[in-house]
Ligand binder design. Sequence first.
Ligand code: NCD
Length: 310
Amino acid sequence: MVDFKGMDILHGAQFTREELEHIMKVAADMRQRVEKERSLDVMKGYVLGALFFEPSTRTRLSFEAAMHRLGGSVVGFASAGTSSSAKGESLADTIRNVDRYVDVIAMRHPQIGSAQEAAEAAEAPVLNGGDGAGQHPTQALLDLFTVQSERGQVDGNTIALCGDLKYGRTVHAGVEVYKHYDCKLIFVAPDALRMPPEITARLREQGVTVEEMTDLEAALAESNVLYMTRIQKERFEDPAEYERLKGSYVLTRAMVERINPDLTVMHPLPRVDEIATDVDALPGAAYFRQAENGVYTRMALIGLVTGELS
Ligand code: NCD
């Protein structure tokens, strides 16, 4: 029996395989129930605090939609500028207050480690919606759910992760959940944006097969799933370095059709130019379904950590 009640969701590495499977089972159940009933009333009376100190479209709106579809309500802010952090309030003080208003907190913040800090200040469970270039565990879970939905199962897939593996928090969290499955991982990045070597080394120590490449076409030939990412402009100290690296990889429809027509293409979104829009009409282009899965996965998480779903 997996018990999530009161659990903070902070890091992709915090889960066992049993927990991952349980979250996916509940997310699948949420999808079915939303398709049938549109909205549920399992979280009636509960309030979610959605605290977004950094820009967000999908993560914030899917958390909010998830809470509404569960029958609960939402308060929050969508930029640090409209919260008292603009007046110099510390994160811990903001959280201590919000904790008195709400039952569960979803937060995005530019600082690595901020979600951990919030969890220490709050009694309510904290769901990390991205802490700087650190982690983005709820994205990793919806990505895992998407791989399962698109490919039928997670085991047995070769997953190529391409783009900004240095600053990309979605991939930092993603590898921590894929490692529990029988998957091969291929990291495709320019040298300057490689997966942090300590993450790669630790995965290998844990028995995960990881290959590193710079050539996207070579990786495509070997993969079932491509997880494309945006170069994280906002994390670069030197704008010239961003200018040099942007556009490093562009996936086109012609590439998919020529090299691997069965490819499942994922992306956490937003995309800039790393997936040409002509890919969107391919049956394997899964990124908009992936974004939708964010609602079901976050419904599952909100319900589980509050103890209203099991
Ligand atoms: C990602 C993020 O914010 O880390 N987006 C998301 O949550 N769907 C990816 C990105 O911004 O590139």
